[in-house]
Design a protein around this ligand. Structure first.
Ligand code: ADP
Ligand code: NI
Length: 217
């Protein structure tokens, strides 16, 4: 099978699997991440076949929806790519990107080994920021039955992936526990530039949220 057939089949597979998903990990998240990853990947002269495959498959089976199982995403992607007879080197690269790219806690480093991984991680992170990032955070929080905000529950800096996965705090805490930290963890120049703009918008949002919370104008 040629690369373009592999990509089309993979897009169709992911689309039918994630279409209509309601927590911000739906097909349109994948679509945005894929487009952003290709844009950054071109700037960085990355292998765009690996970038596109990894972006398409990065949330195919997320630990957040499988009792914290970190192996299910890479395993599902491997299974799919083996069925398409993708070469082992590319499968290995894609599955490593899927495993490494996720945020794992404020105090947990998540270095990416290759430029393709850096590109996909930046694209995924950008979709957690800005207006869409805010919408996704509250969609996810609602799905998990979390409060919007609770001033009695302070944010936590998680120092292990396990702790981070178990956290059940209100959604506003997620801004301090993850979203505001992403800007300083961007890998590429283009990713950083966009992250800075989106970060600033989220800060304005949270400032206003807290003013309104206190009944101020
Ligand atoms: P990652 O693999 O880095 O977690 P995803 O593409 O799976 O990235 O998307 C994670 C998104 O899910 C976050 O950007 C956020 O919108 C949402 N999310 C995850 N955990 C929480 C949480 N505890 N509260 C609110 N939103 C969350
Ligand atoms: Ni994602």
């Amino acid at each position: 099978m040629n690369p373009s057939e592999i990509l089309t089949k993979t897009e169709n597979y992911v689309r039918q699997k994630l279409e209509g998903e309601g927590t911000g990990h739906d097909w349109w998240h994948i679509h945005r991440v894929r487009n952003m990853a290709l844009k950054i990947g071109k700037e960085e002269n990355a292998d765009l076949f690996v970038v596109e495959l990894a972006a398409l498959l990065h949330d195919i089976a997320d630990h957040k929806f499988h009792d914290g199982d970190e192996d299910i995403g890479p395993a599902t992607a491997r299974n799919w790519l083996e069925n398409l007879n993708v070469d082992e080197k590319a499968i290995n690269h894609v599955t490593h990107i899927i495993r490494d790219a996720s945020f794992k806690g404020a105090e947990v480093d998540t270095p990416m080994k290759t430029i393709e991984g850096k590109v996909v991680q930046d694209a995924d992170r950008l979709d957690a920021l800005g207006a869409i990032g805010i919408a996704r955070a509250f969609a996810y929080g609602g799905h998990k039955g979390r409060e919007l905000h609770n001033p009695d529950i302070p944010p936590k800096k998680h120092d292990s992936f396990d702790q981070y996965k178990k956290s059940t705090g209100p959604t506003l805490n997620h801004f301090y526990e993850k979203l505001f930290l992403l800007k300083d963890r961007m890998n590429t120049d283009y990713g950083l530039k966009l992250a800075e703009e989106r970060h600033q918008f989220m800060e304005e949002f949270v400032n206003r949220f807290l003013l309104e919370w206190d009944g101020k104008e």
